[in-house]
Design a protein around this ligand. Structure first.
Ligand SMILES: C[S@@+](CC[C@H](N)C(=O)[O-])C[C@H]1O[C@@H](n2cnc3c(N)ncnc32)[C@H](O)[C@@H]1O
Length: 208
């Protein structure tokens, strides 16, 4: 009974490749804080495949209802109840998670919200943690494909605060909160998976 649930074809397409990366990073018991859970397709797929981790889905208060039915139907023991988390306003669940994951949020949030997302994660991530950020990105102001350029234009025409972010700008944000970009994995459809870790942990690979 998954009919009529909020559904994203992009999530169906990217959940397999993303999982293969998350297996390498989320390789020990711990809680993953997901920011911007959306439909919950990622949460269900990743929690089912990674039973050693606890998945904490969250979303902005205006969107947190979207995933609830799917999460309830999945009834996985390692998915915690959905929480409302607006990166700009909510009190952060400090020290309650080892890892963080967010997909396709940085180009939807306003830049100030992206800053607040990094600040919240940076303040709470333990030294053996990591933050995986998936989506399309620019490199030194350049798009990695024409389709990403068109997507960026479409976003900006919908709302000025949206747009594909530059990896160098994200790395600078990370540095300001004690994180460093450890990995930049190329992913299908001109997406990337960025893995940020605490600067103190840079001598230790997330997979060690
Ligand atoms: C394009 S959707 C991505 C959903 C899902 N992660 C995926 O990959 O399909 C962007 C998500 O970011 C969330 N979002 C936007 N602003 C936010 C904020 N200030 N705090 C938390 N989540 C936010 C939206 O509610 C939405 O779920």
């Amino acid at each position: 009974m998954t009919n009529h649930l909020p559904f994203s074809q992009a999530c169906e397409n990217n959940k397999g490749p993303i999982l293969e990366r998350l297996r390498e990073v989320f390789n020990a018991p711990g809680t993953v804080l997901e920011i911007g859970t959306g439909t919950g397709q990622h949460a269900v797929h990743f929690a089912a495949a990674l039973p050693h981790i606890q998945w904490q889905p969250t979303d902005h208060p205006t969107a947190a209802h979207l995933a609830v039915s799917r999460l309830e139907q999945a009834a996985l023991p390692n998915i915690l109840p959905m929480r409302k988390l607006d990166v700009a306003n909510s009190p952060w669940p400090t020290r309650e998670f080892r890892w963080a994951f967010s997909a396709n949020t940085a180009h939807i949030m306003a830049w100030t919200e992206v800053e607040q997302m990094f600040q919240g994660i940076g303040a709470s991530l333990p030294d053996d943690g990591a933050f995986c950020l998936y989506g399309p990105f620019r490199h030194q102001g350049e798009f990695t494909s024409e389709s990403n350029r068109a997507f960026d234009q479409s976003l900006r025409s919908q709302a000025q605060h949206m747009g594909i972010r530059d990896i160098e700008d994200l790395s600078a944000l990370a540095k300001a909160v004690g994180l460093v970009l450890r990995e930049d994995y190329a992913m299908p459809a001109n997406n990337e998976m960025l893995v940020f870790v605490p600067v103190h942990a840079t001598s230790i690979k997330p997979t060690d």
